[in-house]
Design a protein around this ligand. Structure first.
Ligand SMILES: Nc1ncnc2c1ncn2[C@@H]1O[C@H](COP(=O)(O)OP(=O)(O)OP(=O)(O)O)[C@@H](O)[C@H]1O
Ligand SMILES: [K+]
Length: 254
């Protein structure tokens, strides 16, 4: 089955120690819990998209070691195609060759952001989606409210973007596009957030799912639904561990 959502991005193994306080330089402190988690922005987005029912494929490279082996297993467990996941004995310097056909829309998430991002990314992305921090690094505009996000959106349109989404945490998102140059606020629902880690990737993964499977929805509607999904992820701790499955979500999202 051909993948409908293809993510090019990182896989990271999280080694998490829970301690009462952070150690000072050189100090050893006693921890009370340790766990290994699966993270990395590319894999997170892919997992969220797959859990909603998308046929997904991840393009990435992991080491030829036990973490790499476990990661490949984790991707398989999540039903993600590993046909393009490679393992290397070299140092972890990843490169990716991207081939995109005209039907796989390009959703670009500039994370972690580089101030001197190659300008071609603005031009060739169908959708350019960044959070407040990334927006500031890319444009120099600190984003503290909706108006700031609108300024970012306008600047990125000037750089050649077709459609810009700036995620605003509990405030949801701002969207602006060449077709609809009046910025729109798409608010997120009010929830009790316990851990917002990974919310951005949940949002991007959900958006990729809607782009691939519900292409007739308006962008505003896709964003509204993706906000709902990301807002579920902030109500549980961890990253992938907080991402909801389709069966546990309100069915009117589908
Ligand atoms: N407190 C919250 N309440 C409801 N929804 C939230 C909240 N925080 C985040 N979200 C949802 O998650 C989306 C992404 O959040 P945010 O802008 O904080 O991304 P981010 O900074 O990339 O997150 P992270 O780096 O923690 O993954 C928001 O657009 C919104 O839909
Ligand atoms: K979370």
């Amino acid at each position: 089955m051909a993948a409908q959502v293809v993510v090019v991005g990182s896989c990271m193994t999280d080694l998490v120690s829970l301690t009462t306080r952070l150690p000072k330089a050189g100090e050893t402190v006693l921890g009370h819990k340790f766990f290994i988690g699966f993270g990395g922005k590319g894999a997170n987005q892919c997992v969220q998209s797959a859990r909603l029912g998308a046929n997904t494929s991840l393009i990435c490279k992991v080491g030829k070691d036990s973490f790499g082996n476990d990661y490949v297993e984790n991707l398989k467990k999540n039903g993600i195609s590993t046909a393009f996941v490679d393992q290397t004995t070299d140092a972890a310097t990843g490169t990716a060759s991207i081939i995109v056909n005209s039907e796989v829309k390009t959703l670009f998430n500039p994370a972690p952001a580089l101030a001197d991002l190659d300008p071609q990314f603005y031009i060739y992305s169908d959708i350019f989606c960044c959070n407040e921090t990334e927006a500031e690094i890319l444009t120099g505009i600190p984003v503290g409210n909706l108006e700031d996000a609108e300024k970012v959106g306008r600047m990125l349109l000037e750089r050649g973007c077709k459609l810009v989404i700036v995620t605003l945490g509990a405030e949801g998102c701002m969207m602006i596009s060449v077709e609809e140059p009046i910025p729109k606020h798409v608010p997120a629902g009010k929830v009790r957030a316990v851990d917002t880690t990974g919310a951005g990737d949940s949002f991007v993964g959900a958006l990729a799912f809607y782009l691939a499977y519900y292409p007739k929805l308006s962008m505003e509607e896709m964003i509204r639904k993706s906000n709902c999904i990301a807002s579920v992820s902030v109500q549980a701790s961890g990253t992938q561990s907080s991402y909801p499955y389709r069966k546990d979500l309100p069915q009117d999202l589908f």
